[in-house]
Design a protein around this ligand. Structure first.
Ligand code: PAF
Length: 287
């Protein structure tokens, strides 16, 4: 597995592969890899001759009060997991090489970034779009693979790629869940055992939503009310609940715009806090 440190090394790696007739997939990550990330590498391998990951904790997508400093950094473990999976190359740039002194250009994210995460984390998608575009410049790949766990991020990147005519195919990997149902996330390691038990109400609320839809409910206001009630508990029994909910919505699966009836592909999006940890999850609603 080649370890690429500079943008120039990364670019020449990809161009060399392509010159020699091999297609290249890239899996952008911030490290602290779990099985969800590794499933994206597997997808990259299925579609391309070479798969490369990136590991870069991108400072511009964190607000000053967020967890940039605490974000888990497990580089040695990450590299050995990627190596054992047969990853061909890993790009691990320093902050100074991605954002050298005087680098002030940034990407204005597409409209689909405005709501939900964009509302609660106003700097976030500008930072994500900027770094993803920069990574695509460093690694001008054929395919890039993102996780559907960050559903809005995936939609934002797809829109950016379309709007900016980038010749890169974006693929999405399904959410990978632990055996208790919690969607895998690098931030799950912040949860205490008790908090993890409370967090399980998030996947449970999505399961409940799906069964209500299966029973015929199509009214989005009622579905959202029931999602929220499940997440917050009834306040009477000691059923598990989250501490606060930023949003729990059912929206159009592509534009993420509000809908009133389930008359098209939709997605349920949740962001909630358990203790100090903010978790997101989602479920595509198939009719
Ligand atoms: O999803 C992530 O890990 C990050 O937002 C990404 C896409 C690697 C950009 O830093």
């Amino acid at each position: 597995m080649e370890i690429l440190h500079t943008p120039a090394d990364a670019r020449s790696y990809v161009l060399r592969q392509q010159r020699e007739g091999r297609s290249v997939a890239v899996v952008p990550t911030m490290g602290a890899l779990h099985d969800g990330h590794l499933s994206l590498v597997e997808i990259g391998k299925q579609y391309c001759d070479r798969v490369s990951a990136t590991i870069f904790v991108n400072p511009t997508q964190f607000a000053p009060h967020e967890d940039l400093d605490q974000y888990p950094r497990t580089l040695d473990q990450d590299l050995s997991r990627l190596r054992s999976l047969g990853t061909d190359a890993v790009f691990v740039p320093e902050v100074a090489s991605m954002y050298p002194e005087g680098c002030t250009t940034s990407v204005l994210p597409p409209r689909v970034a405005n709501r939900f995460e964009g509302q609660y984390r106003p700097e976030h998608f500008g930072g994500v779009c900027t770094i993803v575009l920069k990574l695509f410049q460093c690694l001008p790949c054929d395919v890039a693979v993102f996780g559907r766990k960050d559903y809005q991020q995936w939609r934002v990147i797809e829109s950016m790629v379309e709007d900016l005519n980038l010749p890169i195919r974006i693929l999405a990997g399904e959410i990978v869940r632990d055996s208790d149902g919690l969607a895998m996330s690098s931030r799950n390691r912040y949860l205490s055992d008790a908090e993890r038990q409370s967090a399980l109400v998030i996947p449970r609320s999505l399961d409940q939503l799906v069964s209500e839809v299966r029973q015929g409910e199509r009214n989005v206001e009622r579905l959202q009310a029931s999602l929220l009630k499940c997440l917050m508990g009834d306040g009477v029994s000691d059923s598990a609940c989250v501490d606060s909910v930023d949003y729990a919505v059912v929206v159009d699966a592509e534009s993420l715009e509000p809908i009133s009836e389930l008359d098209r592909p939709a997605v349920a999006l949740i962001a909630a806090k358990v203790g100090a940890t903010r978790l997101i999850d989602n479920r595509v609603i198939e009719l």
